[in-house]
Design a protein around this ligand. Structure first.
Ligand code: ATP
Ligand code: TYR
Length: 377
């Protein structure tokens, strides 16, 4: 495939940052085999952000002919005391519910689940043994303690929190994962950028290659409030990527805050209830959680127009692109409630295969297994 096509697919939305396009171009031109990975902690339910948004990018990379891997970070989940801090439960859920949910998400995003490799952290560590430990030491020797502390937002933790030593170790381990698997495209949401920036810096010195980092947009949680929203919009306008990604990480759709999230297998009535209750300021198009679902999920690969019905007058507005919808919303020609109904209908339709898979199909026993484990942190 031509380098321009690879770049186009890689940087297409939901991608928000590629560090750097020049480095990716160089690798393609040198004929380097491109190896991507994205890692997940294994704990609660898979939502629109972890499932659909993350897998949309994996599907783009599949289409670009890049080797894609989903890394199920069992050791990192254990360090972060997920699923009651029990490693065997974490492994069971990783190979069961989690893998299944991400595969269904790949399908919904228009890709082929069989084209993506699923690897458990412990498989890599067992295979490499001393070499993995050496890689963790190499990264640690090349990184200061204060840098590690500043990077713990990749664990979904705040800098000021009291941490176990293992939670500090989490950071060099995540960076070492990249080099241990020979990954040259490290991918994650914007909240993962600090680990990847360390990898880029350490790479050349300690591992004789510099990976690229690819970060996708973080979908905000549904439960934003006016004050937080104003603070976020302000942080976004200031344009400091680290500051903004820390701020958005606090309010992103997150499995540990179920009230902020739509899970991929939610029932239609739950999708509707959650969307109807979501923060959706009239006329505001920035960081509006409902509009973002329209932009990133509904309009992603859509060829047919979206219809929004004005419930009061019965008038129908037809939008053939997200930008048209955004413009009308900005001009307050679309009422938030009408937008919510249209988004809820479409989203429920898109999620239907996941709902069926996990309630009537082969995913059911995996979901039941996870639901029987009630501790999530
Ligand atoms: N809201 C979101 N939108 C897009 N991507 C997300 C979102 N939340 C998480 N991700 C991405 O999914 C990957 C796994 O993240 P993570 O396991 O922290 O998800 P989470 O649901 O927020 O979990 P937790 O609640 O435990 O923090 C990361 O690359 C992360 O950036
Ligand atoms: N830090 C990632 C999980 C992860 C762990 C190890 C990795 O190598 C990559 C990703 C998260 O928040 O979910």
């Amino acid at each position: 495939m031509h380098v321009q096509d690879i770049l186009r697919l890689t940087t297409r939305e939901p991608a928000e940052e590629l560090l750097t396009p020049e480095r990716l171009t160089e690798m393609v031109e040198q004929g380097v085999r491109l190896k991507h990975y994205i890692g997940f902690e294994v704990s609660g339910l898979v939502h629109l952000g972890t499932g659909l948004i993350s897998m949309q990018k994996v599907v783009d990379l599949q289409k670009a002919g890049i080797e894609t891997t989903v890394f199920l970070a069992d050791y990192h989940s254990w360090i972060n005391k997920k699923l009651g801090g029990d490693l065997s439960t974490i492994r069971r859920v990783a190979g069961g519910y989690f893998k299944e949910a991400l595969k269904v998400s790949i399908k919904i995003a228009g890709g082929d689940p069989e084209k993506t490799k699923f690897l458990m952290g412990s498989e890599v560590y067992e295979k490499l043994g001393l070499e993995y430990f050496t890689n963790v030491v190499k990264v640690s020797m090349d990184t200061t303690l204060s840098r590690v502390r500043r990077s713990i937002t990749i664990l979904g933790r705040r800098e000021a929190e009291s941490l176990s030593f293992a939670q500090l170790l989490y950071v060099p381990m995540q960076v070492a994962d990249i080099f241990s698997m020979g990954v040259n495209i490290a991918h994650g949401g914007m909240d993962q950028r600090k680990a990847h920036v360390i990898a880029i810096e350490v790479g050349e010195r300690a591992f004789s290659y510099k990976p690229v980092a690819l970060h996708h947009h973080l979908l905000p949680g549904l439960a934003l409030d006016q004050v937080t929203w104003e603070r976020l919009v302000e942080a976004k306008r200031r344009g400091d990527k680290d500051e903004f990604s820390d701020a958005i990480a606090d309010v992103k759709m997150s499995k540990s805050k179920p009230e902020t999230a739509i899970f991929i297998h939610d029932r239609e009535e739950d999708v509707r209830k959650k969307i109807l209750g979501a923060f959706c300021p009239a006329g505001e198009t920035e960081l509006n959680p409902v509009l973002e679902i329209a932009r990133y999920i509904i309009f992603r690969d859509r060829s047919e127009p979206l219809e929004v019905v004005n419930k009061k007058t019965g008038a129908r507005l037809i939008f053939s692109s997200y930008l048209e919808l955004e413009e009308s919303y900005k001009q307050r020609k679309v009422h938030p409630l009408d937008l919510k109904h249209a988004v809820a209908d479409e989203l429920a339709r898109i999620l239907e295969p996941a709902r069926r898979h996990f309630t009537e199909g082969p995913g059911r026993s995996y979901l039941e297994d996870l639901e029987s484990i009630t501790i999530t942190r």
